[in-house]
Design a binder for this molecule. Structure first.
Ligand SMILES: Nc1nc2c(c(=O)[nH]1)N[C@H]1C(S)=C(S)[C@@H](COP(=O)(O)O)O[C@H]1N2
Ligand SMILES: [Mo]
Length: 434
């Protein structure tokens, strides 16, 4: 039976456009399956051995290969890979690599697919020779090597990381670019980050009462650096040493990085080597240049640390083609907020006229990707799919025009407007402004 033949008898509509109430959908016991039916001949008992053998694939008849020391994805999954942004070719020192989020399920991005933004290339750091120092407005300047850091108590949390420039094409392009979810939204990833709470290090060094800021510097040639308020470092910031259970990948800052949950990617200094405690921000090139946001009235928003509430439907999404011209699909996507937890996600299948609440997968964690789903019976007409997230503090995603009103026309950071995917009656999914 094809998925389009879902018996949606008993499933209650959740909004117009074919969105179904997920609970009633599951309870209605719809035995939908896209699997091939097992032929009666093969399944029956008195079938001859040779006929069964005929149906067996080669890998069922011989022992397999030996395993490897460090596992890799199946060779059949080679198409699932990061891509590098067109305007930052991989040969350049400044490069942006996107996570293929339309291939991801759940809320954790595999380490090899974590997005990456490198302003000065990826340094090759020998952990034996790498040092972290803290100095400035402290009682006791300190230097740590890897061995001493690895002995500190550690914490872990699942958090998203998003570049302030994620989805910039939709912020600045006057017409919607026909791009994939990876190209438009691939500068966000989710991981479990483990490391040492910054507060332990600051307490040990003894922060002077006049200290308000810390200038955090990376060991990449170019000394990427940002000023971070002491209050954030005492709150939930960590020196991350592990990412999804293994030591950080070089492109994520091996052997250590600053991780400031919910704050713009740029502030999460990779290849961390220096913390200078001060009473004022340094206005480094990396915070006064690309990462100050120009508002519509020409004023500049100097520090915009939090990543605002945002969501995107990943299934289906840009440049995909729905395999059946009408029928059942499960809409799924990701939502996140740099302020805290996602409270709810609404989905529209009629261009924003009516909305239904999507189901949120557990756990719904603070400052983490949150996976949402909603069943959809598509009638085959062209339509528009939208998602709109609200966080626990009541922040709601703006429309694109509301977002545009706030910022100068060439401003592209912190774009978090509602995404619209247009579905043609041929099932082609395309980025669209609505
Ligand atoms: N030292 C250093 N830290 C850095 C950068 C950099 O170029 N150098 N890039 C920043 C930017 S712009 C982002 S979005 C995040 C990306 O982190 P990721 O590469 O682990 O995804 O790292 C930030 N930290
Ligand atoms: Mo970034």
């Amino acid at each position: 039976m094809k998925p389009s033949n879902v018996k949606s008898k008993g499933a209650v509509p959740a909004a117009s456009g074919g969105l179904l109430d997920r609970r009633s959908f599951i309870l209605s016991g719809l035995a939908f399956s896209s699997a091939l039916t097992v032929s009666n001949t093969l399944a029956s008992d008195n079938v001859s051995a040779s006929r069964i053998d005929h149906g067996l694939a080669g890998w069922m008849k011989t022992p397999g290969e030996s395993d490897t020391e460090y596992g890799l994805p199946s060779k059949y999954e080679k198409h699932v890979k990061r891509n590098v942004a067109e305007h930052t070719p991989e040969t350049s020192m400044f490069s942006i690599w996107h996570t293929p989020i339309e291939n991801q399920r759940g809320i954790i991005t595999p380490n090899g697919l974590h997005f990456s933004v490198n302003h000065n290339g990826v340094p090759d750091i020998d952990p034996q020779k790498h040092k972290l120092m803290i100095h400035g407005l402290v009682d006791k300047p300190l230097t740590f090597d890897m061995e001493s850091l690895l002995r500190y108590p550690m914490v872990s949390a699942i958090n998203f990381l998003e570049c302030a420039g994620n989805t910039a094409p939709n912020a600045v392009s006057l017409t919607p670019l026909d791009q994939t979810c990876q190209e438009l939204y691939g500068q966000v990833s989710g991981a479990e980050w483990s490391g040492i709470p910054l507060k332990h290090i600051l307490q040990e060094a003894g922060v002077k009462p006049t200290a308000k800021w810390v200038i955090v510097e990376g060991a990449d040639g170019g000394s990427h650096s940002r000023s971070i308020p002491v209050s954030k470092l005492l709150d939930d910031a960590i020196i991350a040493l592990y990412q999804n259970g293994e030591r950080l990948r070089p492109s994520q800052g091996y052997p250590m990085r600053l991780f400031v949950p919910g704050w713009e990617g740029n502030a999460n200094i990779k290849w961390l080597h220096r913390l200078e405690v001060t009473d004022k921000p340094a206005f480094t090139k990396d915070e006064s240049g690309l990462y100050s946001d120009i508002l519509n009235d020409g004023k500049i928003q100097r520090f915009s640390f939090h990543m605002d509430v945002k969501s995107v439907i990943t299934h289906p999404s840009g440049k995909q083609v729905l395999p059946e011209k009408k029928g059942f699909y499960e809409i799924s996507g990701l939502a996140w907020s740099g302020f805290g937890k996602i409270k709810h996600v609404e989905v529209s299948a009629d261009g924003g006229k009516t909305w239904a609440l999507a189901h949120l997968d557990k756990p719904v964690l603070s400052k983490s990707l949150t996976r949402f789903h909603i069943p959809w019976q598509w009638n085959g007409d062209s339509t528009m799919l939208l998602s709109r997230a609200t966080d626990e503090f009541g922040h709601v995603q703006p429309t694109r025009s509301q977002w545009r009103e706030k910022y100068a026309s060439y401003s592209f950071n912190h774009y978090n407007a509602i995404q619209t995917w247009h579905i043609s009656n041929e099932g082609v999914v395309e980025n669209c402004y609505a």
